[in-house]
Design a protein around this ligand. Structure first.
Ligand code: ZN
Ligand code: ZN
Length: 429
């Protein structure tokens, strides 16, 4: 029962830009032993659990350790911490706008659970860079939930599909998303169109990569459904409800597992469904757009246009603040804005006029660890250049048909005679 030496026994309510680590008191002796046991390297774990796969394919070069007594390092270094069995970790992969910045990709969130399950919520443009920077076990990343079909929420879908197929995923990827007001505006049409558009790419890799990994399975559901189950497996329940955003077919999701609840807001004007179904959220995320004046200045728009976009199409900071002041989650997460120190300061000024509860204005690679006892918000530090993660035995052994596609004889006849490639080594060398 140790509090962090410089920590706090009560939550710190405000967080902006900074690392926040809450001290806590946690854990009987038994818990501690269990956590230490869980910290064993996969190889040691496998030796103790004969025949069973290691819980995670940890990349080489990093040694994961358990978090003991709820005291976290100030900075999150990917693959150095073993997620507790009862714990949820939410990583912001993208928190910005369609006009991306190096440090603000479009919207995406990565949720990892202590039972080993992993989920992606939205996969906006540019966000894949941050997912790859975490060097995850891609064999487990096969479920994507999209809030709506704006490019800043789905633009990196093919990057995820092909990138993860190349990096360890050997089963189909599953996409869950809403219908639209007509079939051509729904998620199924979007994915069918992606498959059609990327035929050349998929064909070119077929045979070299595991067959099943090239498949995409779509699960389209009615955008109008209210808090209905979209996904239920392995103790995890994901529900959706409608959002109000330009066209029909934008939704919000909640994920519930192990007594914890995470709400992923998507894009929406403040709405009655969110106020009803996000109740009880441990972490409630909701868009928190730039206020009209800051938006007008940033884009050079007139105040009329900026006010319409900020307060009619999206949720301005004061509206976000009202939502959270009413909802009172354990942590409110605001996101989806044009990020700069000035803009973030403008957002905070507006939010704090109304809401003084626990708050994080999300930035890319913000990491939120959630347990029943505490919520800890930190920033991840990642390498500028990352190797792909190690792949599993399952990936290596997964069936592959013989490659079917080569350039034609006519094209091959164009090889330059001035170069001869080295002889091919024997297979497996
Ligand atoms: Zn949108
Ligand atoms: Zn958006």
């Amino acid at each position: 029962m140790q509090a962090r030496p410089f920590g706090h026994s009560a939550p710190i309510w405000t967080l902006l830009f900074a690392t926040l680590a809450l001290g806590i008191t946690l854990g009987a002796h038994g818990d501690r032993i269990e956590r230490l046991r869980a910290a064993l390297l996969p190889s040691a774990w496998a030796a103790q659990h004969e025949g069973a796969p290691a819980p995670d394919a940890m990349p080489r070069g990093r040694t994961p350790a358990a978090i003991v007594d709820g005291v976290y390092p100030a900075t999150y270094f990917p693959n150095t911490e073993r997620l507790g069995a009862d714990e949820m970790r939410i990583t912001a992969l993208g928190t910005g706008m369609p006009n991306q910045a190096k440090r603000a990709a479009s919207i995406a969130y990565y949720v990892e659970l202590g039972n080993g399950d992993k989920f992606i919520f939205d996969i906006g443009l540019g966000s894949m860079v941050n997912l790859f920077a975490l060097r995850p076990d891609f064999s487990k990343i096969d479920k994507v939930f999209v809030s709506h079909l704006h490019v800043d929420h789905v633009g990196d879908f093919m990057g995820l599909h092909v990138g993860s197929w190349l990096s360890g995923r050997y089963t189909p990827i599953h996409v869950y998303g809403p219908s639209g007001s007509s079939p051509e505006l729904g998620t199924k049409t979007f994915i069918d169109g992606m498959k059609m558009a990327f035929q050349w790419d998929i064909h070119s890799r077929t045979g070299a990569l595991p067959d099943a990994g090239g498949q995409i399975e779509v699960h389209e559901f009615d955008f109008r459904q209210e808090n209905e189950v979209v996904y239920r497996e392995n103790g995890v329940t994901i529900r959706s409800w409608p959002a109000i955003h330009i066209l029909d077919g934008s939704v919000t999701y909640s994920l519930e597992w192990n007594g914890l609840k995470y709400v992923f807001g998507g894009d929406t004007y403040p709405n009655k469904w969110y106020m009803k179904y996000a109740v009880g959220a441990d972490v409630a995320s909701h868009e928190c757009f730039l206020p009209p004046k800051a938006l007008a200045e940033y884009f050079g728009w007139d105040l009329n246009q900026a006010t319409f976009v900020s307060t009619r199409v999206h949720t301005e900071p004061q509206a976000f603040a009202k939502v959270m002041a009413t909802l009172k989650p354990r942590l409110a997460v605001g996101y989806h804005t044009v990020q700069s120190p000035e803009n973030n300061a403008a957002i905070m000024d507006e939010v704090r006029k109304i809401y003084d509860g626990p708050l994080a204005v999300a930035r890319d690679l913000m990491v939120i660890n959630v347990t029943k006892e505490q919520i800890v918000v930190r920033m991840a530090v990642v390498d500028d250049y990352v190797l792909p993660p190690d792949v599993t035995e399952g990936y290596i052994k997964a069936p592959r048909i013989a490659p079917q596609n080569y350039p034609s004889k006519e094209t091959m006849a164009g090889k330059w005679e001035g170069y001869t490639p080295p002889p091919m080594p024997k297979k497996g060398q």
